[in-house]
Design a protein around this ligand. Structure first.
Ligand code: FRU
Length: 502
């Protein structure tokens, strides 16, 4: 393969140039009132997938897809931050910048990947994109290492996997690596004949990789390309997560099954959605110091999604994109997954309001005005036995006159939960929804996190999560509980104002 040499720049120069670009704008961005208060963001400009999540030498590291020259996607860099508690993040210098023939291509750069601890050496595996002579782009897997956890050297033997195997195609990206026994294993997302696939590799040293076959692939209904696959053991079983392209409204899928390392085949029996909202994509998992499996995702979606409108109005304020709050992943007794907000989020709790056994009738006005804030956590339980209402739920981020408001509505006759943002802010649109699996008159619980421009809703015993962005005015902070067509008892509601983590 003949590599292009034009436009080459040293990695160090490329990093300095990128840092300089961010330094010029970050002060301005930090004053923007629409910045999230406790969801992770880059200091400025564009961000997409979380990369290289790892608990390394007692600290959490978060890398991310980053374009440090503007608020739209461009040649990909890896931004970098670390945290002691998953909540308060310290920005570190950009870790990877496009600089080599194998990752320089201006519609590519350093694509998504992962981090592993190789005997104390923090090692990144990422996708490099090569523009070959006939104008075709090929995706390859590359490696970079760091002795200090901050400065990364690209491996001189890159790319460690120079191109796709026969089961894949030019779409061949997002390596996720783990150790099993003496060997390292890698799963890579790909496609062939419009079938999304997760391809398996193995290696004794992270540098020499042998192709091990198709770990799993679409059965014809699961999309034409699988991005950001992730594979991990959980509760005696294995989980494959991926973000399918071409699966309609379903954008983050998990499969639960069993792994046979002899044949390299994963046999699954349970499938579910990691999140049902419009803005939750490319979740990546890692095992933390407490033995928890934690995931973080990008709070946005690509323009190939059926509902896609744009990446959001913050672009004009020189930033775009954020990460979800970290969630734990656990296996439920029936083989499905549960996703819960990490306990550490409790450090953000400030003023607290609690109401118990409150009857909600149409036109209700039960929540105290002083509970209003743009950043809150809500835990609420509705008693459905004896409920005569047709719809119950919450009015969120409302202006005083109610012209701006976001509705979280549960429709009792159909069990449908809807997040209606058509009146949120004059910009957001759409009503993402999910049918909750519910038995009889069991009470309905919600756990909700609201930040400046995102709402994360957990329900159905943490088996159903819905994440959506909204962009209301800073003054639209009111909330209410409502019912229509009859009444419902709110067994309890706890509301905490949350403080900023920045
Ligand atoms: C997923 C993705 C990855 C790719 C990266 C590029 O959101 O498309 O497949 O590596 O983003 O930024």
């Amino acid at each position: 393969m003949k590599l292009p040499t034009k436009g080459m720049i040293s990695h160090r120069e490329a990093l300095l140039k990128a840092e300089h670009s961010i330094a010029k704008i970050k002060e301005t961005v930090s004053k923007d009132l629409s910045r999230q208060k406790y969801h992770f963001m880059a200091p400025a400009y564009w961000i997409n997938d979380p990369n290289g999540l790892i608990f390394y030498k007692g600290e959490y590291h978060l890398f991310y897809q980053h374009y440090p020259y503007g608020s739209r996607w461009g040649a990909m860099h890896w931004g970098h931050a670390k945290s002691k508690d998953l909540i308060h993040w310290e920005h570190l210098p950009i870790a990877l910048a496009p600089s080599e023939p194998y990752d320089l291509h201006d519609r590519g750069g350093c694509f998504s990947g992962c981090a592993v601890d190789d005997n104390g050496v923090l090692t990144l595996l990422y996708t490099g994109t090569i523009l070959i002579e006939d104008g075709q782009v090929i995706q390859t897997q590359c490696l970079a290492t760091s002795e200090d956890g901050i400065t990364f050297e690209k491996f001189e033997g890159n790319p460690v996997i120079p191109g796709p195997p026969e089961d894949g195609s030019v779409d061949f990206r997002d390596p996720k690596v783990w150790k099993h026994g003496e060997l390292w294993y890698m799963v890579v997302g790909s496609r062939k004949d419009n079938t999304g696939k997760a391809l398996l590799y193995k290696s004794p040293d992270l540098r020499a990789w042998e192709y091990g076959g198709v770990l799993a692939e679409s059965d014809g209904t699961m999309g034409y390309m699988w991005e950001c696959p992730d594979f991990f053991p959980l509760g005696g079983r294995h989980v494959l997560m991926f973000s399918p392209m071409g699966m309609g409204n379903r954008t983050t899928i998990y499969l639960v099954g069993d792994m046979d390392y002899e044949t390299g085949k994963f046999t699954w029996d349970t499938m579910g959605d990691i999140d049902h909202g419009y803005e939750y994509y490319a979740p990546q998992s890692f095992l933390d110091g407490k033995g928890r499996r934690v995931i973080i995702a990008w709070l946005n979606a690509w323009d190939w999604m059926p509902w896609f409108k744009d990446f959001g109005p913050t672009e004009k304020n020189h930033w775009c994109g954020a990460m979800s709050a970290p969630r734990t992943v656990e296996l439920d007794t029936d083989g499905r997954l549960r996703f819960a907000p990490v306990e550490e989020l409790k450090v953000l709790r400030r003023e607290h309001v609690r109401l118990e056994n409150t009857i909600i009738s149409p036109g209700a006005d039960v929540l105290p005005k002083y509970a209003a804030s743009d950043c809150v956590e809500i835990i609420a339980e509705f008693q459905l036995a004896g409920c005569t209402a047709e719809e119950i739920g919450f009015v969120l981020r409302s202006s005083t006159d109610g012209t701006q408001r976001t509705m979280l509505v549960y429709h009792l006759p159909t069990n449908e939960l809807r997040f209606d943002r058509n009146q949120s802010d004059g910009w957001s649109e759409g009503v993402p929804s999910v049918i909750l699996e519910r038995s009889g008159e069991e009470s309905l619980k919600f756990h909700i996190f609201i930040d400046t421009c995102v709402v994360e809703v957990y329900t159905d015993h943490y088996r159903t999560v819905m994440t959506n962005n909204i962009y209301p005015d800073p003054g639209s902070i009111h909330m209410e509980v409502f019912s229509t067509g009859g009444q419902v008892t709110l067994s309890s509601i706890d509301i905490w104002k949350l403080c900023s983590a920045w």
